[in-house]
Design a protein around this ligand. Structure first.
Ligand code: ASP
Length: 324
């Protein structure tokens, strides 16, 4: 049995003209590094869930992406992180929303799945669970990236809102995440994998949307909306305007078309993203993998950071619509 893995680093306004040559190279290198980290886990015969967690952690630690370090800021100038992980073999799932101190929210989501009787923990309760479970807790300034702060200032001005004070202890290090691109308020990371035992898994991690307010939570940590996995159909991770993904149940909808209508994976992803999501007025994309090894991605934005790799197939990395 062979393995396969697909990665995304967010969708949005990502045109060739927007990215400098250095940014282009940096994003491709980061996507390749995360893919290779996940592929190494699968090559070693370990589970799809392990591969998803490993690859998402690489992207969370990378300040280029809106997840973990490099996450976007809320209107209050805080970082509130969301993540979910799901195993297609057992339908076990774990998720966290609005956590503020956990370095790797995807691992915390996995702990919710494995070490709590619940699926979704939020806010201060999720932070307390993380501390009790011994997860690495960091000062909120760890997540700080200057370019994301500038994006917040820009967005708040656009909305006529006051700019809050910078987070205590934050350092305006122009080099950290200097190549991070503002995809228009958003971004997210996600990984789907199929292991040598033909089990699939999905994971998604995000800072949500720039200048979000009132405890806003997007689709990423909601099982069925931004993240879903079932060996009966596929594993899916989404990225885009969460409010639309929630209303359509995008990840589960793609899986349902595969399971109940017998659609091929690419056709199902295209149907939901290009037709249903577009018709509703939402923007974004999804990556998918099926237990039989099919891989797919689909997005209706100008770009989506993405990569795919499978046993016997070379790594392919893309950013813009016309990348292969
Ligand atoms: N889906 C994410 C959210 O709405 C954002 C993104 O993927 O760009 O929180």
């Amino acid at each position: 049995m062979s393995w396969s893995l697909v990665v995304h680093g967010g969708s949005g306004v990502i045109d060739r003209a927007d990215l400098s040559a250095e940014q282009d190279v940096a994003y491709r290198a980061s996507l390749a590094a995360a893919s290779e980290a996940g592929a190494a886990v699968l090559r070693a015969g370990r589970s799809a869930v392990d591969a998803v967690e490993t690859a998402v952690r690489v992207l969370e630690d990378d300040p280029l992406f809106n997840a973990g370090r490099g996450a976007v800021f809320t209107a209050d100038g805080c970082v509130e992180l969301d993540a979910a992980i799901m195993c297609g073999q057992t339908l076990a799932a774990g998720a966290v929303a609005a956590v503020t101190r956990t370095r790797n929210p995807i691992s915390l989501a996995r702990a919710v799945e494995e070490r709590s009787p619940h699926v979704l923990l939020v806010g201060s309760g999720a932070d307390a669970f993380a501390a009790a479970e011994g997860f690495e807790q960091v000062d909120p300034s760890y997540f700080f990236v200057e370019r994301r702060w500038r994006a917040l200032e820009k967005q708040l001005k656009r909305e006529g809102l006051a700019v809050p004070p910078r987070p205590a202890g934050s350092v305006a290090d122009e080099n950290l995440g200097a190549l991070a691109h503002d995809e228009g308020k958003r971004g997210t990371v996600g990984v789907v994998a199929r292991d040598v035992n033909a089990n699939v898994a999905a994971g998604t991690s995000t800072g949500g949307t720039t200048a979000k307010r009132w405890g806003r939570v997007g689709d990423s940590p909601l099982i069925g909306a931004g993240t879903y996995a079932s060996n009966a159909s596929a594993a899916v991770s989404g990225t885009g305007e969460g409010e639309y993904f929630i209303r359509l149940g995008v990840a589960h909808r793609i899986c349902a078309l595969v399971e109940f209508q017998g659609m091929g994976l690419q056709a199902a992803a295209d149907r939901v993203v290009q037709e249903d999501l577009t018709k509703l007025g939402g923007q974004g994309g999804a990556i998918c993998v099926a237990p039989d090894g099919q891989m797919a991605w689909s997005f209706n934005t100008s770009g989506m950071y993405r990569a795919r790799i499978a046993e016997g197939q070379a790594l392919a990395v893309g950013i813009y619509k016309d990348d292969p």
